[in-house]
Design a protein around this ligand. Structure first.
Ligand SMILES: Cc1ncc(COP(=O)(O)O)c(C=O)c1O
Length: 398
């Protein structure tokens, strides 16, 4: 241990799952983070869409402090009542679609999806789950089984059976398989990890209609898109979309490991005591933090900020694309969930390294796509600052 720095310790003792970037972040403030030696970076990743209201936000610190002074974990966990949980449930009830009054909390997104799939099978008595190609639903064995990307799936066979994959944004392909003993369709309103794939505006609505026609549940995975990431609190909140199970995580608690799923009263009527649970599910500390984050999002009209800054960022990035059309193939996204797709992986990787050197942290997916998803309370000036580094870094690698 002695004489080893953070890089050496992690490289020696951390299980080697991640392809790490060589930065060691010690602290953060707002949209900025600082490495161990004090170098400042602008964070365009928000910890993968998680630190939604920025690093070290006072409302989160206050919630953590106040609640931990009271109680962190209830006696008998979720089998006793908690005022912190009740307070969050009331707030969730205000923001969720009306037909989803029942909520259960989880520790992560994968756990919420896992439960959603489990419950869908149980309450319908049917077997198959329709999922979309290029989707991402988590890294547990059941959510890997529901994920439509071979690179996440093919190393872990045998997976959970009875998942049927259809192309994203393609209603006809769902029609062709929906009668095959299908319990549910699971779908992201915008595919995040799959490359920020934005479907037609009426995709969810048509999917919802098809599910209702065939007595199939619709599970909408808003783990990445939820809590104003793309503008509205939920993309599936549109009137004509009837969601049966809505899964959430990431931005819900601004960095505290937390998730949730919401279900209809009809589903709730069909579940039995003991069907689901978990030691930390709905622990008071997580509930207090989630409450503080959601309240902040509502009180400060973060939706408007996302719409404004998102439009600005996409417009600027499209300009950059026009200037470098030989390098950048596409700019797409909604709100503050944006992809810049390069033609080739080498350029994207050299570019991301250059940005890092210049103080901007980016997330590269699939080798050639830069995913931009900063804190949703980022200002236009901070976006501008990041895009200036983006522009200059691009010029410097030409
Ligand atoms: C759409 C979607 N679903 C599920 C997950 C898994 O969430 P978690 O990493 O919290 O388990 C992710 C994570 O990236 C996601 O983007």
């Amino acid at each position: 241990m002695k004489n080893m720095d953070t890089f050496q310790i992690e490289d020696k003792y951390h299980a080697s799952f991640a392809n790490k970037t060589k930065i060691s972040i010690e602290k953060g403030q707002g949209v900025y983070v600082y490495d161990e030696w004090g170098k400042k970076y602008l964070d365009f990743t928000a910890g993968w869409g998680v630190t939604s209201i920025g690093h070290a936000h006072p409302v989160i610190i206050e919630a953590l402090l106040n609640q931990s002074k009271k109680i962190i974990q209830n006696p008998n966990s979720g089998a006793s009542y908690s005022p912190a949980r009740a307070k969050l449930l009331l707030l969730m009830h205000e923001i969720l679609p009306e037909n989803l009054p029942r909520v259960f909390f989880s520790n992560s997104g994968a756990e919420a999806n896992d439960a959603a799939i489990k419950i869908a099978r149980k309450v319908t008595g049917k077997l198959n789950i329709i999922s979309t190609l290029k989707s991402f639903h988590g890294r547990t064995i059941s959510t890997v089984s529901a994920t439509g990307q071979e690179n996440h799936r093919n190393k872990f066979n045998p997976l959970i059976e009875n998942h049927i994959f259809v192309p994203y944004n393609n209603i006809q392909s769902v029609k062709e398989v929906i009668e095959k003993d299908v319990a549910a369709v699971i779908v992201e309103p915008i595919q995040g990890e799959g490359g920020i794939n934005v479907p037609d505006q009426d995709y969810l609505e048509r999917l919802s209609f098809l599910c209702q026609e065939n007595d199939v549940l619709l599970i909408v995975d808003e783990i990445q898109t939820g809590f104003c990431r793309t503008g509205p609190l939920f993309m599936s909140g549109q009137k004509k979309v009837k969601v049966d199970i809505l899964t959430m995580a990431k931005g819900i608690a601004g960095g505290f490991p937390f998730g949730a799923f919401a279900i209809t009263e009809e589903i709730n009527d069909k579940i039995e005591k003991g069907d689901h649970g978990g030691t930390y599910c709905g622990n008071p500390l997580g509930c207090a933090v989630a409450y503080s984050v959601i309240k902040y999002i509502l009180d400060y009209n973060i939706q408007e900020n996302v719409e404004k800054t998102g439009k600005f960022a996409i417009r600027e990035l499209k300009e950059i694309m026009a200037e470098h059309s030989h390098l950048i193939k596409d700019v797409r996204g909604k709100g503050l969930l944006i992809a810049v797709e390069f033609y080739d992986e080498n350029t994207a990787s050299t570019f991301a390294s250059k940005c890092l050197e210049n103080g901007l942290i980016l997330n590269v997916i699939h080798g050639n796509i830069i995913r931009i998803f900063p804190a949703i309370n980022i200002s236009k000036e901070e976006i501008f600052e990041g895009l200036k580094i983006f522009r200059n870094s691009l010029l410097s690698i030409l």
